[in-house]
Design a protein around this ligand. Structure first.
Ligand SMILES: Nc1nc2c(ncn2[C@@H]2O[C@H](COP(=O)(O)OP(=O)(O)OP(=O)(O)O)[C@@H](O)[C@H]2O)c(=O)[nH]1
Ligand SMILES: [Mg+2]
Length: 454
């Protein structure tokens, strides 16, 4: 992939040896190499420019950790930015049964192959009973291909070689799947050499008829920038929920994967890495970033160095708060930091002016409950709390032994916190103080007056 990025960076970063603080000056060469490498990997120039700016912003002014070299620290920053660019956290399909998935994409991108792969993957990992429905009305061979895949995977198949109306096929496919008690229905559609009106019309009609929960765009990574443009067009036309990026085993230069999320605004959910049915996996941005950079060991080394430095962690949190991208995972790790320092009661006791204030068991219990709720969420949900709706809330409540309303209360509290952070960031801090004052009156008599910071 970005093979030579590693080499090029190597020499640029060696020059950093001995610096105690990263600055615009000492980073210039390295950043130039990063930009060059991205461009030669076919990354969209706008994405490359933003990427370099972001890495620069992250690096400049950072003190170099004692146990690693400046170069290693920069690699870690580049790695994290790459992961961010690729989509941050694995994105799963909707968590429901039955689940309807429609595959769309250009001719030869890998729709039919990926339909079989996805059926196999979800049957194995998430206990689904799949059905494959052939909605390609142009090529009888495409129907045969899907039927063979269904047979190999031992799943239900529906196809009709005489019928030319995809809507009828789609609806009958749904019936057949229901009869067979399948709870994952994958609709494979016909490809085109390019996106044209007919294709979009057909997909729209099928979409309306079968009401898919997920529309997955299958895109060939080897097409590079072109794949990104195709994704953008498809998304504008039918609103895709995810991308399956195929042929990542080939000599794709990686640019497609890197620009996909930013340019098309659709997350990559799966990747195809070969022709065989199991050469397929969930797309993990951080693993992909390590693969692109080829420096997984350096990244974990720096991670370890950072773990041991609570002050840095605190600084990072403060930065996240300033940027208002503080999420539930951060919230949890903050709570753990507090716990590390001792009980809430003893902490409050140490603060000047607060020695008389009682912190009952109630507060401690509340904290434990909050922690249990967050722990019942997936990493992905913690990072994007907006995902938390419906069946997810129920699952989390069950998992942590509370009611859905308790989960909702926590989320509401969290939202308010985020809103406050956004206000502070927007320079509305003063406005907020005013609002607080008007709520509490001029003399907030309930609060001890000599508390630091009040
Ligand atoms: N190396 C590699 N080949 C793949 C991958 N995914 C699909 N292919 C191959 O790409 C070719 C086209 O795949 P299909 O699944 O038939 O593509 P399609 O999108 O259904 O094509 P149409 O139905 O004609 O639009 C086949 O030879 C597949 O074996 C992949 O991840 N890696
Ligand atoms: Mg096909």
């Amino acid at each position: 992939m970005l093979d030579n990025l590693t080499d090029k960076l190597g020499s640029a970063l060696r020059n950093l040896r001995g610096v105690g603080k990263l600055s615009e000056d000492n980073m210039a060469d390295a950043l130039k190499e990063v930009r060059q490498a991205l461009l030669s990997a076919d990354v969209h120039f706008k994405v490359a420019r933003e990427f370099v700016a972001e890495v620069k912003a992250q690096c400049v002014g950072q003190e170099v950790l004692k146990s690693v070299t400046p170069g290693q620290q920069v690699i870690k920053i580049i790695h994290d930015e790459l992961a961010k660019l690729l989509g941050e956290g694995a994105t799963e399909l909707e968590d429901k049964k039955p689940l309807r998935v429609m595959m769309v994409g250009l001719h030869g991108s890998g729709k039919t192959t990926s339909s079989g792969k996805l059926a196999r993957y979800l049957a194995k990992k998430r206990d689904y009973r799949p059905a494959l429905v052939a909605c390609d009305v142009y090529r009888p061979a495409a129907i045969d291909q899907l039927e063979l895949l269904a047979r190999n995977e031992g799943c239900t198949f529906y196809g009709d070689r005489e019928e030319k109306d995809v809507v009828k096929i789609g609806k009958r496919g749904l019936d057949a799947a229901k009869q067979a008690e399948a709870n994952l229905i994958i609709f494979d559609t016909a490809g085109r050499l390019q996106i044209d009106e007919d294709l979009i019309e057909e997909i729209k009609r099928l979409k309306k008829a079968v009401q898919p929960d997920e529309i997955l765009l299958v895109a060939d990574a080897a097409l590079g920038q072109e794949a990104v443009n195709v994704a953008k067009h498809f998304h504008e036309a039918v609103h895709c929920t995810g991308i399956i990026l195929t042929k990542l085993d080939g000599d794709a230069r990686g640019g497609a994967a890197l620009s996909m999320k930013t340019i098309s605004d659709v997350p990559i959910k799966f990747m195809g890495t070969g022709e065989k049915p199991d050469e397929f996996d969930v797309f993990h941005p951080d693993r992909m970033a390590s693969r692109i950079l080829g420096m997984g060991d350096v990244v974990s080394l720096v991670e370890k160095a950072q773990e041991t430095i609570d002050e840095d962690e605190a600084e990072r949190m403060a930065e996240k708060m300033r940027k208002a991208d503080f999420n539930l995972e951060d919230f949890l790790s903050q709570m753990q930091q507090v716990k590390k320092m001792g009980s809430l009661g003893s902490l409050v006791g140490m603060m000047p002016g607060m020695s008389g204030v009682e912190v009952g068991d109630e507060e401690e219990k509340k904290m434990a409950r909050t922690e249990a709720i967050i722990r019942s969420m997936t990493i992905q949900e913690r990072r994007a709390p907006r995902l938390l709706r419906g069946s997810r809330l129920k699952r989390i409540a069950n998992g942590s032994g509370v009611q859905v309303r308790d989960v909702n209360a926590l989320l509401k509290q969290f939202n308010q916190m985020q809103k406050m952070m956004k206000m502070m960031r927007g320079g509305k801090g003063r406005k907020m103080m005013k609002a607080m004052k008007s709520q509490m009156g001029d003399d907030p008599s309930g609060l001890p007056k000599n508390l630091p910071g009040l």
